[in-house]
Design a protein around this ligand. Structure first.
Ligand code: CA
Length: 377
């Protein structure tokens, strides 16, 4: 497949190429009629006894009651308790209580805990393909990534690749569109990005690095002070709702719209053995409640962002867009990053091709549907 097409507006020819792409890669054909949820008829049934209580140890990468992500998991646990008449209890361990924030993947993989709530791009060191399950720069919106996950083969690929780590992922939320970040000085050209020290993780960080930025990884607690003291020149975080709480506007007032995380997935991932030994009824309840959590977190981000944006405007924040040459350089850098990672890792190649194929079609529909409407209203 011609990877240069990745970001080009799809022509009929490239769409046809994309449609035939499944024959060219080793990605198996997708059965769009299949919904990847637990199917009681398919598996050996574990007896369900509603009087027997099952406790699931679930660790998260967020502090207790962390807005939207932390509180969302707490609501999920409560809903499961209610729906199961108390027969299913999620014992929640916030960040660092039982397991360090970024050790939850290994802890669930080894069976130390039954499940975790986090974000797949944290595990790109295990397999670069995992970062793609969070999303990618210039990639899917929240709605599109859910569509690819549930009906475009994304979740099947994810489960196949996580199974090698003894893990079973479910959709666990979405940050919705993120902002490009907070800058101490305005960005007027690509030149202004050269050597800029910016806190930006994931694939976005790799794309920014190709554009001349020096991406820095910092724990959440150190970002504000580093920005204030000029140790870093810029940081991305999430969007207005969470960014305002970090106070970045006080030290870096230039707030840019972005494209590096257009709809980042959060995961609810189970140890495969812990998942398989649950009765079908409990699996189904978990799937229903995780679907609810996935939808609610996405809309809660939207609801809280619209309020926080108005507050930020009153605080004299400068809302800006990157110059066109910066955006163009970002698209070019993305193609290079995807090419490099695909040549190093076949899993990355398979997943990025599946995304590419779906994205080309989705863009065609978005152009005549949603994008048209948003431009006109
Ligand atoms: Ca982010």
């Amino acid at each position: 497949m011609n990877r240069r097409d990745f970001l080009a507006t799809a022509t009929t020819a490239s769409a046809a190429l994309a449609l035939s792409g499944c024959n060219q890669s080793n990605h198996k054909a997708i059965d769009y009629s299949k919904h990847p949820h637990a199917n009681g008829a398919d598996k050996k049934r574990v007896n369900f006894n509603k009087n027997k209580k099952t406790v699931i140890k679930l660790a998260t990468s967020w502090p207790a009651h962390f807005p939207i992500m932390g509180t969302g998991v707490e609501k999920f646990a409560q809903r499961l308790k209610d729906i199961s008449s108390g027969s299913l209890e999620i014992k929640l361990y916030p960040k660092n209580v039982l397991v360090p924030a970024l050790a939850v993947f290994d802890a669930a993989s080894s069976g130390q805990i039954d499940a975790f709530h986090s974000g797949p791009y944290y595990w790109k060191g295990k397999n670069s393909a995992f970062s793609l399950y969070s999303g990618m720069p210039f990639g899917f919106t929240a709605e599109e990534i859910n569509s690819w996950m549930l009906f475009g083969g994304g979740l099947e690929l994810w489960r196949e690749q996580y199974a090698k780590y003894n893990l079973h992922p479910l959709l666990g939320g979405n940050t919705n569109i993120q902002m490009g970040g907070w800058f101490r000085k305005p960005i007027t050209s690509l030149k202004d990005m050269q050597g800029l020290k910016m806190r930006i993780p994931g694939l976005g960080g790799e794309v920014f690095a190709k554009m001349g930025v020096n991406p820095i990884l910092l724990p959440a607690g150190e970002i504000y002070t580093s920005l204030e003291r000029g140790v870093i020149d810029a940081t991305e975080w999430v969007g207005p709702a969470l960014d305002i709480k970090m106070g970045f506007y006080k030290v870096a007032p230039y707030y840019y719209s972005g494209w590096h995380e257009p709809g980042s997935i959060l995961e609810l991932t189970f140890n495969k053995h812990s998942w398989n030994k649950l009765p079908f009824e409990h699996q189904a309840m978990i799937e229903v409640c995780s679907s609810e959590m996935n939808a609610n977190m996405t809309t809660e981000f939207h609801a809280k962002n619209i309020v926080a944006l108005q507050k930020l405007k009153k605080l004299d924040v400068k809302l800006l867009n990157f110059p066109t040459e910066v955006n163009q350089a970002g698209k070019k850098a993305l193609v290079e990053v995807v090419d490099e990672l695909s040549s190093k890792n076949n899993d990355f190649k398979i997943v990025s091709e599946s995304i590419h194929k779906y994205l080309i079609l989705s863009k065609k529909w978005a152009d005549v549907g949603l994008k048209h409407y948003l431009n006109e209203r």
